[in-house]
Structures are given as C-alpha cells and as structure tokens.
Ligand binder design. Structure first.
Ligand SMILES: [Zn+2]
Length: 294
C-alpha cells in the first residue's frame, strides 16, 4: 500500500486544478449548446411571419373579421411555437445525456488520477444517464417545465404585440420588427419577443448544462462511496461570481450533505442560481482508511 505521505493537500490541489480547467471547458460546451438551441429558435421567426400572413389578420378591416383571424393566428402560432420548443427539448435531452456521460467519466478520472491507479470503477449506465437528464432540476423545476413556460410566455408576448399593432393601426411589416427585435438591434430597448425568448433560452440551456454536469459528478461520487468520503465546493472566482458562491468556495460536506468543519448547511449541488458555474470535487478517503477496509 502506498503511504499517505503524498498528503491530502496536494491531492485536493490537483483535483482543484482539474475542476477549474473542466469548468472552463464546460463553458465552451454551454456556448455550443446555446448556439444550437438558438439556431432552432431562429427558425420560428419565419414560421410566425408565415402564420401571420396566412391568417390575414392585418388584411381585415371589420372588427368581426379581425377577431376571427386573430383567433386563427393564436392557434397557428401556438402550434408553431410548441413544435419548435419540442424540438429544442429533444435536442437538449440528447446533448445533455452526452454531457452527463462525459462528466461522470471525468468524476472517475478525478478520483483515479489522484489515486494513481484505477480506484473508482463505477460509472453510470445509459439508463442512469437518461434518468439523470430527465430528473435534473434547474432552479427547482425540470428543464421540460421551463421550456413549456418559456414557450407560453413567448406566445403571450407575440399575441400582445400583434394586438398592440392592430390597435395602433400598424402594418404587418411593423409587427415583424416587433417580433424579431429589429428595432432592438438598432438600439431601441426592450423590443423583440424572439430576442427576449433567445435570452431566456440561453440562460436556461447554460444553467441546465451545469445542473446535469454536477448531478452526474455527484451521482458518480456516490457510486464510489467506498473511496469517496465527501465533496468540496469549487467556485469559478472572477468578477461574475456571486457572493453566495464565493462564500461556499472550499467548503466540505460528506456525501449526505452533512457539513464538515465550519461548512454551512449544504445548499444542494450547483447550480444554485441562474448561470452558476460552481462545481463539486470529491474528497477521497485517506489511504489509511482504505487499507483498513481493504
Ligand atoms: Zn454560482
């Protein structure tokens, strides 16, 4: 048995370095996934404009006809929006299963790199990875629920814009600008239903990726609780770090979330807020404990 003289401090420092470089790589993954989701959402602008044209709501002049055509647009636009968000959910699920697999492997690598040989060997199987993505909570709710909510909000904003334009006697070209945020691009503030939807989606995808990545790591630590004793909070420290995450940086808990040392109550695995970049690294059992059990 190797001695425990390559002390625990070096061990945690190695893990810390791995965690930080992984956190930076994960930011690139998040950017890739938000770009993909954003591209899918982009297709919606053409769908909505086509729904608008086919409803003929801006071509009617009598109140009764406008109301009927508006009701038709309401239905058509809901179908278009639902279809796009369904596609986004499908894509995200498959991408995040991949993220979960990679992060679970990373958790094994973390443990084994420090051990110097294959100490941990229990990864997560395909079913566990899919369940993990399905069950991942982002700010307390599943990804699917957030996407449904965002789709509903977008639909409402689109309808509000159309009604507003009709009330003001604007044309179909005006409403196109409102939906796509062309005026926002030109510097006006708070315009563009689809631009707002893009921003919401971006935040959701980033935070969901962090949730799945951390769930996968924590599940893998728990699978290997014969060698992993606990978990340590690691925050990416820069000018965007929140105060909460700054305070939690370096704190240690056992795998049930019981505080070790002067750690506060475990807040749940990260992310603990939108766009949170914090992560957990394993705290390994000491060699002496392992050899005693071995
Ligand atoms: Zn954070």
């Amino acid at each position: 048995m190797p001695s425990n003289q390559n002390n625990n401090k070096n061990t945690q420092d190695d893990l810390l370095a791995m965690a930080i470089s992984n956190a930076l790589r994960l930011e690139q993954v998040k950017t890739g996934l938000t770009d993909d989701a954003s591209d899918t959402l982009d297709g919606l602008s053409a769908d909505l404009l086509s729904d608008l044209a086919s409803s003929g709501v801006f071509d009617a002049s009598q109140a009764g006809a406008i109301a009927r055509r508006l009701a038709e647009f309401e239905k058509d636009s809901e179908t278009s929006i639902q279809a796009v968000y369904k596609q986004i959910l499908k894509d995200i699920r498959s991408s995040l299963a991949d993220v979960a697999a990679k992060q679970s492997q990373l958790a094994l690598d973390q443990i084994n790199k420090v051990a110097g040989f294959e100490l941990a060997d229990s990864g997560l199987d395909e079913k566990a990875l899919a369940d993990l993505v399905e069950g991942a909570l982002v700010q307390g709710a599943p990804i699917r629920d957030w996407l449904e909510r965002q789709a509903g909000q977008l639909h409402q904003r689109v309808l509000d814009s159309v009604r507003d334009s009709l009330a003001k006697g604007e044309s179909r070209a005006d409403i196109a600008g409102k939906l796509l945020g062309q005026s926002a691009k030109a510097g006006a503030v708070g315009d563009g239903s689809l631009l707002q939807a893009q921003a919401q989606l971006d935040t959701l995808v980033r935070t969901a990726t962090a949730a799945v990545a951390n769930d996968a790591k924590l599940a893998t630590y728990k699978e290997n609780d014969d060698v992993v004793d606990g978990m340590q909070w690691v925050s990416v420290l820069d000018d965007r770090t929140t105060e909460d995450c700054e305070d939690l940086d370096g704190c240690v808990w056992d795998l049930d979330g019981e505080p070790i040392g002067d750690a506060p109550e475990f807040p749940g695995d990260p992310p603990i807020h939108w766009n949170c970049r914090s992560t957990l690294i394993p705290v390994l059992k000491k060699w002496s404990e392992l050899s005693k059990e071995g």
